[in-house]
Each structure stands twice: as structure tokens, then as C-alpha cells.
Design a protein around this ligand. Structure first.
Ligand code: NAD
Ligand code: TYD
Length: 362
């Protein structure tokens, strides 16, 4: 039951959106965008604050009148029912997940629990709470990795068959199938987006770009898996947040949209470019950071190439990436240089030991 206070409070807002995983990398950019752009929406950030979640990412909006944080686990029926009831949730944008491929190789079960069971728990509660005659949206944020691995040619389209290869992508693919199943079976009003690799500020330094920035700063080895020839399609995280906003508001119910930047880079070329940018910023000798490049054994089942065709989103909904990779990478490096203490704080505690243990096993 809603208390009178909550009912009055809730009625002030035209939508009350539950954003799961809002303290993570992409989630924090989305929360910031939604809080600032839509003062008439109540934005509830629902996050378990795992190693990847950090409320410091949202310091600039924490006092906004339309922003609320609720610590909770998407796998808990009690936690999710409580946040739905107290806020009379009208919409969900679901980002909470275990998101790192290397960790999924080390321990797949956590990925099944959070990404599959957690998603089904949210779907089930949304289905129970929402009446069919009202306007609601359950927007599921997913990845292009569900499509598998490309050869030298071609792009992932929305119609590309699912072919996940890592435990991470298998868990995300499974969650996508459940989201679609809830649409087809129960008529739950879902939307879905599948995005390529993101980069930008507040990115946890276990993923390629922030890990390399951190290691370049500290003059530590730069671990390149295999030959470094694997290709990823990189998108600036703020452009992903804008794409989610666009799809959430303008996308068709029951449809999925690919999001990507047509910006393919071989890992080795990207890291060399990053070395060059950082040598200039740090006033180091030309070529100094490249000397840190260290080839290490390859990731098991390493997907060769990802590349997204985002033309459906561009043509139907009018979204396009706003900045070039060169500009975005420079902004990203500047942010890390200006926020070294953020990096120190998130890499203190258990993370460092975890990463080093895993790295030793390679
Ligand atoms: P992240 O790892 O930075 O953040 C995940 C967030 O989810 C963290 O704040 C964490 O505390 C929270 N969380 C984890 N388990 C939870 C649980 N059981 N209950 C509540 N909260 C929980 O991830 P990210 O990179 O920001 O990715 C967000 C979403 O976008 C994920 O669903 C991911 O699959 C998807 N995605 C990521 C990328 C990318 O390049 N990072 C690309 C495409 C799609
Ligand atoms: P990552 O950032 O983990 O994203 P994903 O695996 O989801 O695409 O890795 C991006 C690419 O960089 C991937 O091909 C693996 C590679 N990689 C390295 O070569 N060294 C590293 O230390 C890391 C973390 C990744």
C-alpha cells in the first residue's frame, strides 16, 4: 500500500522511472541525463552497489528534487516490490548487470543469477503491477555481443541471429529472450536496445580503455590479449545515454534497436593511439608509453570482431552519434587526468587483488 505522503509525492511527477544499475558506468550517465532533462519525471536509481557501482558517479545530481536512490538487488522479490510500491513505478529502464567478459569466464554463475534471474524477477513484478490499459515501458538495455563474432565483413543487424559465445553474452542473450517472451506471452510493453562497446568518464578500470589509461598513468604494462587484432566498435557513453532516451520515448513497443558508432578499431591500434594522446597530455617523450605494450595470452573464446548497423535507429528515430572518437577519447582522457582520486578510490580494496590474481592465471 502507498502511504498518503508517497502518493502525494508521486503524483507530482508525470512518470516515475526505475533505472536499475544507475550507479554503474552507463547507468550513471543515463541517470544524469534523465534527471537534468526531465524535471517532471521522478528518477529512482535502484542499485545493489557491487564493485562496479559507485554513488560518487552521481554527486552532481544527488540533491536534485527529482532524483532518488534506493539500494537493492534486482534478484530480490521483496526489494523490487518495495521500490515499485513506494514509488508507484510507471516505467523501467533496466541496466543492472554483471558486465565484464573476463569475470564471466572466471565465474559464470554470478552472471546467470544477476543477468538472467534478476531480469526475470523485474519482468515478473512489472507484469504483476502494471495494468494493460495504462501506458508503461520496460526498456531492456543489452549488448551487441549477443550476436556473436563477425569475420572481416558485415555488420550486426537487428535481424542477425543470436549466437553468444562468452558466459557474459550468453547471460545477456538469455535475458533478451525472456524480455521478448514477456512481450509475446503476456503483452508486457517492452523495448530493447543492443549497443556496441562504450567508452567515457566513470568507466571502471577493468575494461580496455580505462584500464589502459590507468596503466599508462602508472607506467605499468599494457596487457594486449592475443595479437591485439580483435576489433570493437566504440561509442561515446553519452551518445548511448541519448540513444536510450530516444528509444525509451520514441521507439516502438516490442521492437529492438541496435546502437553503435560505425567506429571500428583494432585493439592494438586503439591502444597505440591512446598512448600517443596520453604522451602529449602528460608531456612524455613521443613513443614512451608504447614501450609498455605487453602481449599476453588470449582471452578464452575471444570474439574477433563486433560492428553495428545502427541505421534503423538513425532512420526511424533520428538518433546519430554527436562526436568523433578522437574528440570523445580526448574528453575521456582529460576526465581521468582530472579525477585521479576517483580511479584511486575505485581501484582500492578488493579489486586490485582480484584483477592481479586473474591476470597471473592467464
Ligand atoms: P557496470 O558494470 O558499470 O554497472 C552495472 C551496475 O549494476 C553497477 O552499478 C552495479 O552495482 C549494478 N548491479 C549489479 N548487480 C546488481 C543487482 N543484482 N541488483 C542491482 N544492481 C546491480 O555496467 P555498464 O557497463 O554500465 O553496463 C550497463 C548495462 O549496459 C549492462 O546491462 C550491460 O550489459 C549493458 N551494455 C554495456 C556496454 C558497455 O560497453 N559497457 C555495451 C552495451 C551494453
Ligand atoms: P573489454 O573492454 O573487456 O570489452 P568486451 O570484451 O566486452 O568487448 O575488452 C575490449 C577488447 O579489448 C576485447 O577484445 C578484449 C581486449 N582487452 C585487452 O586486449 N586487454 C585488456 O586488458 C582488456 C581488459 C581487454
Amino acid at each position: 500500500m502507498f502511504s498518503n505522503f508517497n502518493m502525494i509525492d508521486n503524483e507530482k511527477f508525470t512518470k516515475r522511472i526505475l533505472i536499475t544499475g544507475g550507479a554503474g558506468f552507463i547507468g550513471s550517465h543515463l541517470v544524469r541525463l534523465m534527471v537534468n532533462k526531465y524535471p517532471d519525471y521522478k528518477i529512482i536509481n535502484f542499485d545493489k552497489l557491487t564493485y562496479a557501482g559507485n554513488l560518487e558517479n552521481l554527486k552532481d545530481v544527488e540533491n536534485a528534487e527529482n532524483y532518488f536512490f534506493e539500494k537493492g538487488d534486482i534478484c530480490s522479490k521483496a526489494n523490487v516490490e518495495k521500490v515499485f510500491a513506494e514509488n508507484a513505478i510507471t516505467d523501467v529502464i533496466h541496466l543492472a548487470a554483471e558486465s565484464h567478459v573476463d569475470r564471466s569466464i572466471e565465474g559464470p554463475l554470478e552472471f546467470v543469477i544477476t543477468n538472467v534471474l534478476g531480469t526475470v524477477n523485474l519482468l515478473q513484478i512489472a507484469k504483476e503491477k502494471w495494468s494493460k490499459n495504462e501506458d508503461h515501458v520496460f526498456h531492456h538495455v543489452s549488448t551487441d555481443e549477443v550476436y556473436g563474432s563477425l569475420g572481416e565483413e558485415g555488420l550486426f543487424h537487428e535481424s542477425t541471429p543470436y549466437d553468444p559465445r562468452s558466459p557474459y553474452s550468453a547471460s545477456k542473450a538469455s535475458s533478451d529472450h525472456f524480455v521478448n517472451a514477456f512481450y509475446h506471452t503476456y503483452g508486457l510493453p517492452i523495448k530493447m536496445s543492443n549497443c556496441s562497446n562504450n567508452y567515457g568518464s566513470h568507466h571502471f578500470p577493468e575494461k580496455l580503455i580505462p584500464l589502459m589509461i590507468n596503466n599508462i598513468l602508472q607506467k605499468k604494462p599494457l596487457p594486449i590479449y592475443g595479437k591485439g587484432e580483435n576489433i570493437r566498435d566504440w561509442l561515446w557513453v553519452e551518445d548511448h545515454a541519448k540513444a536510450i532516451d530516444t528509444i525509451f520515448h520514441k521507439g516502438k513497443i516490442g521492437e529492438s534497436y541496435n546502437v553503435g558508432g560505425l567506429n571500428e578499431w583494432k585493439n592494438i591500434d586503439l591502444v597505440k593511439f591512446l598512448c600517443k594522446v596520453m604522451d602529449e597530455k602528460l608531456g612524455r617523450q613521443k613513443g614512451e608509453s608504447e614501450q609498455l605494450l605487453t602481449y599476453v595470452s588470449d582471452r578464452a573464446g575471444h570474439d574477433m570482431r563486433y560492428a553495428i548497423d545502427a541505421s534503423k535507429l538513425e532512420k526511424e528515430l533520428g538518433w546519430t552519434p554527436s562526436i568523433t572518437f578522437e574528440k570523445g577519447l580526448e574528453l575521456t582522457v582529460d576526465w581521468y587526468l582530472e579525477n585521479k582520486e576517483w580511479m584511486d578510490r575505485v581501484t582500492s580494496g578488493g579489486y586490485q587483488t582480484y584483477y592481479e590474481n586473474m591476470y597471473d592465471k592467464r
